[in-house]
Design a protein around this ligand. Sequence first.
Ligand SMILES: [Zn+2]
Length: 231
Amino acid sequence: MFTASKILALLASLLVMALLILIIVTPRGEADTRSISNPSTNKVEFRLLHEAVSGHQIIDGQHQKEVLRVVNTIPEALQPALKGTEFVNGCHPWTTKELGSCAYGTYDPHGWDSDDTHGHEWANTIWISSQAVRTGKVPDVVLHEVGHAVVHNLFDDCYFPQQAEVSVKELLLQSFTHGGADPAELLADAFVVAFSIHSDDLHTHYFEDFNFEASREVILKLRAAVWLCSK
Ligand SMILES: [Zn+2]
C-alpha cells in the first residue's frame, strides 16, 4: 500500500523526469532554428548582382529582410534541396524579359540573363518580387519556388523502391498532367498544399488558373517523395 511519503517520492521522481525531458528537447529545438536559417542569404552580394544586371532595374531589395524572415520558416524537410541557394528580393532578369513584367517568384538553378545567356553569378537563386511581398502571399510563393528546387535537386535521380525504372520526378509529373497546364507548375503548387504552415487561404496560382485539385493521395505521395529523396 502507498504511504504519503511514497506518493511524494513518486511525484518527485516524475517531476525530475519531466525536467529531464525538457532539457533533452529544448536544445534540439534551438538546433532546428539554427538549421532552418541555413539556406538564408546574408551572403547575397547585392553590389555584384546589381552590377551584373544593371540596366534592367532588376534588383529591388527593399523587402529583402521580409523575404529572409519567410525563408527561415521553410520546413526542415525541404531544406536538403536548398544547399547554397540564395534568396533575392527582386525581379529575375530572364523571367522579366520573357513575361514583360516582374514575376512573383522565380527559381533559377543556372543563372539566366535577359540575353538568354546562362552561367551568371546568380545561379542557384530564388527571386521573390516586392509585389509578392505586398500581397502577403510570400510564404506560399516561396514554397512554390522551393518546390521547383526540390524537384530539380532531389527528384531527378531518385526512385521509389517498387518503381525503379522511372524517376520520382517523372512519376510525380504524370500525376499532374491536366489540360493545357504545365505539370511542373502544378507540381510546384502541390508543395504549397503539402507543406504550408499557415491557416489562411492558400495561394496556388496554377491550381486556380487551371481548376486543378490535388488528391490527398497525390499530396501523400509528394510528402513521401520528399522524405525518400532527401535522405
Ligand atoms: Zn513555378
